[in-house]
Design a protein around this ligand. Structure first.
Ligand SMILES: Cc1cc2nc3c(=O)[nH]c(=O)nc-3n(C[C@H](O)[C@H](O)[C@H](O)COP(=O)(O)OP(=O)(O)OC[C@H]3O[C@@H](n4cnc5c(N)ncnc54)[C@H](O)[C@@H]3O)c2cc1C
Length: 322
């Protein structure tokens, strides 16, 4: 192990760390001897147990931001921390809105580059990052040069979450200091998207619909099948762009990455940009009327047929199973 210290920007949400943050902590633990988490919010100190469980020995607490967006404050706190305790080998950030905001600001403050859209990280005499390109058909590797910490923005579901028997991390205050006008933006209102069932990124079963559904109303079949299977409903970009479903349902390169136990693609052709977001699923089922559709190349189980016949039959079978 050539890496000594990694810091993970561990995003809080509803009194816990986000799943991507725990994925990053779990993987950081395999790469470096010392892993610290950086978090914020009114309940930040209470996250020490969870941070420790996933491998952090120290939790740097930026504190309650009083409703401000975290970007400016957290980037400032990290820069202040580096000036006082020294820089880690790298700082890992989730590819979320706030994670990206913090990374950009930190890059400007530290005059260090950011490597984004990272899906793999390993130690080869230094940190090496992996990035999918050309719609996920190729992977390029990169490494940082020069002095200072590498800033790495990692996509969700790149690593497996693994808890340890670790003790709670020790909490160290890491105040942001004065961030000037850049810290003045506050969150006026926020809306929690209404959802029944599991989150798309965390569901064990995902049923996704594509243009083969024919019309927006037919997406109800996807939602019903997903509900009966205790899963979440996803979509291809084609039907998001067509306005049939919100963007939050989109799976793929410019949408969400999912790795469920079962992924059922209904009327989806299997463009590389879609497949990059779901090819890590354990079992892939495809329903498509075209036997030559590319989705069948990665499907474990394929049904050549009309979604309007196959999906209602599946729904009936699930209902009769009770
Ligand atoms: C930069 C970039 C980023 C992109 N990002 C994404 C992304 O994140 N996610 C994404 O999904 N796409 C993304 N795309 C778009 C992608 O290239 C495809 O256009 C899109 O995935 C196609 O969606 P689709 O499979 O639903 O539609 P189509 O490609 O039109 O496929 C529809 C399929 O339905 C089948 N079908 C038709 N009728 C029936 C029926 N009655 N029963 C069964 N099957 C039927 C057809 O045989 C066909 O295979 C991106 C593109 C670009 C350029």
């Amino acid at each position: 192990m050539t890496l000594s210290t990694l810091w993970v920007v561990a995003e809080p949400a509803n009194g816990a760390l986000t799943t991507t943050s725990t994925e990053l902590l779990s993987h950081a633990r395999d790469l470096a001897t010392n892993v610290s988490a950086i978090t914020w919010g009114p309940d930040a100190a209470s996250l020490a147990g969870e941070a420790g469980e996933f491998g952090a020995t120290t939790l740097y607490n930026v504190g309650d931001l009083a409703g401000a967006l975290p970007g400016a404050a957290v980037a400032s706190a990290i820069a202040v921390l580096i000036a006082s305790v020294g820089a880690p080998d790298a700082i890992l950030l989730p590819a979320s809105y706030d994670g990206r905001d913090i990374a950009g600001r930190l890059s400007a403050r530290l005059d260090r580059p950011v490597l984004t859209n990272v899906t793999g990280l390993y130690d080869d005499g230094g940190l090496v990052t992996e990035h999918p390109i050309f719609g996920g058909t190729q992977t390029v590797s990169a490494r940082f040069t020069g002095e200072g910490p590498g800033l790495v923005v990692v996509r969700a579901k790149s690593f497996v979450v693994e808890a340890t028997e670790g003790l709670a991390a020790s909490v160290v205050d890491a105040p942001a200091g004065d961030v000037g006008p850049s810290g003045a933006a506050t969150i006026a209102t926020s809306h929690v998207e209404e959802r029944t069932g599991p989150k798309l990124e965390e569901a064990a079963v995902v049923v996704s619909g594509g243009r083969g559904l024919g019309e927006a109303d037919k997406y109800a079949l996807i939602e019903e099948a997903a509900k009966l299977l205790g899963g979440a409903a996803g979509a291809s970009r084609a039907i998001v762009d067509a306005g049939w479903v919100p963007y939050s349902h989109q799976v793929g390169q410019t949408g969400k990455t999912v790795k469920p136990t079962v992924y059922i693609a209904c009327g989806i052709s299997g463009a590389t940009q879609h497949m990059v977001g779901m090819k890590g699923s354990k079992n892939i089922v495809a329903i498509n009327k075209d036997a030559d559709a590319p989705i069948f190349q990665i499907a474990d189980f394929g049904i050549v047929g009309d979604v309007h016949k196959v999906l209602p039959a599946l729904i009936e079978a699930l209902k009769s199973r009770g």
